[in-house]
Design a protein around this ligand. Structure first.
Ligand SMILES: [Zn+2]
Length: 210
């Protein structure tokens, strides 16, 4: 009997331990590809020269439209892209990535291309937008966790520098983005900087951002 118990316990450990360590070491956010949210083709693309990027710029959508499932979030991301291409006349959706309160990441320009989201930072940052208006309250836990996971994942992929700094869009130009409540949260993040250094020397065609 003692031998039988030992075998059972050993098998149990074999099942539990590897799963546990994988989950704690690898935190990969769920990224919905452009194809899966039915993105339009970009008009043009410009490779980031500064990579890994020293900055991450945080945005909110600025509209009181929220989403909690992939279908609804995808539709909002398509609206952002249409607005940025058709009304703003940019090459593509302005952000590198968009996050929904469904906990998913929606691939915008991605890790490798210059964005159109914050003048002075488009050529040296990853721009991340959370869907919704966060003037009066912060995004839900799911979205905040995904934001954290996405940045960590970017560092791991060497797309974001290990010693990166975070800033809110309003630090790049006169705008309320990412919303007063959310900006207060951004300021509590350990990598937030009060002294970001803009770079206006290149990427002039894409620096006219929201
Ligand atoms: Zn913004």
């Amino acid at each position: 009997m003692p031998v039988f118990k030992l075998v059972v316990a050993f098998n149990y450990l074999l099942l539990i331990v590897p799963t546990y360590s994988l989950n704690t070491v690898e935190i990969v956010p769920n990224i919905i590809s452009r194809q899966n949210w039915h993105a339009r083709q970009p008009v043009e693309r410009e490779l980031l020269e500064v990579t890994p990027t020293p900055y991450v710029v945080i945005h909110h959508g600025g509209e009181p439209k929220y989403c909690y499932d992939e279908k609804t979030c995808s539709a909002i991301v398509r609206q952002y892209q249409n607005f940025h291409i058709d009304d703003r006349h940019w090459f593509d959706i302005g952000y590198s990535f968009v996050i929904g309160e469904d906990g998913n990441v929606y691939e915008g320009r991605g890790w490798d291309y210059v964005g159109a989201h914050a003048p002075g930072y488009n050529t040296q940052s990853i721009g991340i937008c959370i869907i919704g208006d966060f003037s009066n309250f912060v995004p839900n836990e799911k979205a905040l966790k995904t934001l954290n996971d996405l940045i960590k994942y970017g560092v791991k992929l060497r797309k974001i520098r290990g010693d990166y700094h975070i800033l809110g869009h309003r630090q790049a130009r006169s705008t309320l983005c990412p919303g007063t409540a959310f900006y207060k949260y951004v300021q509590t993040l350990p990598r937030w900087t009060n002294h970001p250094i803009p770079n206006y020397s290149n990427g002039t065609t894409t620096t006219l951002a929201l």
